[in-house]
Design a protein around this ligand. Structure first.
Ligand code: NAP
Length: 255
């Protein structure tokens, strides 16, 4: 008899799950048997991804949601719960990096919008989902996609770095407050991964040459290379792991 998949019967919500790192994570979770909602603004990406994932063991359900709108997040959680059941795994992945540029040129608007998407949206989702994890007593896993930009300053990235550092600290406070309820909260800090989001960097030959000269693994990462740690953090394999930040960056910050 074959053993059950590690996430059989689990329900996961992955924001920004239609492309990039979120898509790779959603694929890994659904391959491990979880039923996964992928949520973002554009239905076409989501539907294409759900169709690609149709033969995986877990179901993939696309849902449109703008992460900056409180009522859309509320609707997302309520629809996910009514269609798949209570959420066991939350992956806070969607983010923005608008407003990159010199620190003295950061506008209030860029600051507020970036903060709303990168920090307030995860906070709202945790507030909507974790009480039910606690009430059910079944535990849960929250995985926050931060960045190495949240670990060390990024020139021209004041607001982005600030929000990712904030998400890392929120991860630790949540871990502290939820640990006794077996709700674990961890962060992943990717280095440069080739997605639409990071085109500004991987399309810059000078930046890439410097990365290839200095980084221990001298190449840009792939979204799939972030998915394995997310599966680990979602599964029982990481039952004694909380409040941690896992850096997946080809060794960039190690040297
Ligand atoms: N790529 C890197 O080098 C890198 C490095 C470190 C950290 N990260 C982090 O990794 C995460 C994923 O980034 P990625 O590189 O995979 O980017 P990506 O390929 O551009 O994907 C971003 C995802 O977020 C969704 N999204 C954007 N704005 C949204 C909004 N307002 N509401 C809901 N969904 C929204 C997008 O879908 P729609 O367009 O359909 O809304 C898309 O699915 C982010 O948290 C990013 O900060 C990336």
């Amino acid at each position: 008899m074959s053993s059950p998949l590690p996430l059989s019967g689990k329900v996961a919500l992955v924001t920004g799950g239609g492309r990039g790192i979120g898509k790779a994570i959603a694929h890994r979770l659904a391959s491990a048997g979880a039923n996964v909602v992928i949520a973002s603004r554009k239905l076409e990406h989501l539907e294409r991804t759900a169709a690609e994932f149709a033969s995986l063991p877990g179901r993939t359900l696309p849902m449109v949601c703008h992460a900056g709108r409180k009522e859309e997040l509320e609707r997302l959680v309520s629809l996910t719960t009514s269609q798949l059941g209570p959420i066991d795994i939350l992956v806070n992945n969607s983010a923005t990096n608008i407003g990159q540029g010199p620190a003295l040129e950061v506008t209030d608007e860029a600051f507020l919008k970036t903060t709303e998407l990168n920090v307030l949206a995860p906070l709202r989702l945790v507030r909507l989902i974790v009480p039910s994890m606690i009430a059910r007593g079944a535990g849960g896993s929250v995985i926050n996609i931060a960045s190495i930009a949240g670990l060390r300053p990024q020139r021209g990235g004041l607001v982005y770095s600030f929000t990712k550092a904030g998400l890392i600290m929120m991860t630790r406070v949540w871990a502290m407050e939820f640990g006794a309820h077996n709700v674990r909260v961890n962060a992943i800090c990717p280095g440069l991964i080739k997605t639409d989001f990071s085109e500004h960097f991987w399309n810059n030959p000078g930046y890439v040459a410097e990365l290839e000269r200095t980084q221990p693994i001298p190449r840009i990462g792939r979204p799939e290379e972030i998915a394995g740690i997310a599966l680990y953090l979602a599964s029982i394999e990481s039952s004694y792991v909380t409040g941690q930040c896992f850096t997946i960056d080809g060794g960039n910050t190690a040297v």
